[in-house]
Ligand binder design. Sequence first.
Ligand code: CA
Length: 377
Amino acid sequence: MIKEKKSLKVNKSPSRRKFFKAAAATGVAAVAASSLAAPAVAAERVEAAMVATWGRDFPGLGTGAQRFAKRLSDMSDGRIQVTYYAANERVKAFDSFDEVASGNSQMYHGADYYWTKKHPAFGYFTASPFGFTYSEMNAWIHFAGGQELWDELTDDFGTQSFICGNTGVQMGGWFNKKIRSKNDLKGLKMRMPGFGGQVLGKLGGSPVSLPGGQIYENLVSGAIDATEWVGPWNDEAMKFYEAAKYYYYPGMHEPGSMLACGVNKSWFTSLTKTDQMIIKTACAWADELTMAEYNAKNGAALSRLINDHGVKLEQFNDKVYDAFAEGARELYDEVQQHSDLAARCHAAFVKGRKEIGNWTNLSDSPYISQRNRALGI
Ligand code: CA
C-alpha cells in the first residue's frame, strides 16, 4: 500500500513570479509583461490526489473513475495533474471521504451513500428505495433543487460533490434460495449499503455494508447469505455466480445509483473559475459516458451469466415488493425526524418523485411497454 501523505497544493509557479519581479526591476517594457500576464495566470499547474472507493480497473466504477482522472489531465494539456489512487492504494475505500474532508487528498470518486453514518441525508444523493432512475436523478440534481441541498449537506464537512457517473437500475441481488415473501428476508445476512440496507433491516434482515473488494470472499465463506452489487456487467466480473445462483430483479434499493466526485471545498474554491469549470464539465462527461457503458454492456453480460454460468434469473413478486415498500415507509419516517436538513431533502425527494416521476409515467414507461408489446425485437 502506498503511504504517501504529502499534501498537494496548487503550484503558484514561483519561477513566473520571479520573472515578473525581475522584469519590473530591470525595466523591461511594461507592454511585454502585460502581454504575458494573462497566459501566465491561466497556465498555473494544479496537482491533486484522487482517492476512490473502487478497486483498480474494476469495470465501470473503477475504469470510469480512472478515465475521469485522466480526462482532467487531457482536457488541460497536462496542466491539471490528477494522481489516482484506487481503494487501498492510499486509504481504505470507506476512508475516502475523511481523506478529502481533511485535505490530505483533494478529490474522491465514490458513492455518497457510503457516508450515511455521517448524515442520513447522504442516502438521497446516491440512490433511494423506490426513488429516481438515472434520467430522473439528473433532472432532480441539475434542475429541481437537488444540487443545492447536496451542497448544503456537504458544506458542513468542508467538501462538495458533483454527479460523476451512474450505474442505472441495479439488480436486486444474489441469493441461495428463492425469495417469495417477507419471511424469506427475515434473518438474511445480506450485503446492502445505504437506505436499501436499512429497508432490509426493517424487514428483519441483517444488512452489511462491505466495499466491493470484500464481497466475494464473504459470500463464498458464508459470512453473508446474499449480496447485491450493481448489475450483470459488474456482477459477472465479481463471479458471484460461484456462490449464489438466484439472481433477482429489479432492485428496489438502487434504481439509478449516482456516483460522485467529491472535492475538498477550500482546495476547489482556490482554483481559477476556469479550472473549476473544467472539473465540473469533466464530471458531467464522465456521468454520461459511464451510464452509456453500463447500458451497452449489461445485456450481453446477462446472457453470459444465464447461458454460460447457469444463473437462475428471478423477478421479485408483488408480495416481496409490497414488503419492501412497507420497510421504505418506515425508514423514510425515521430519516425525516433526524434533522431539518434531512426533512427538507426528503420533501424535495418526494416532490421530485411526483413531478419528474409523473412525466416518466407518461413517457418512458408506457412507451417501452407498448414498444415491446407491438414490435418486440
Ligand atoms: Ca449496489
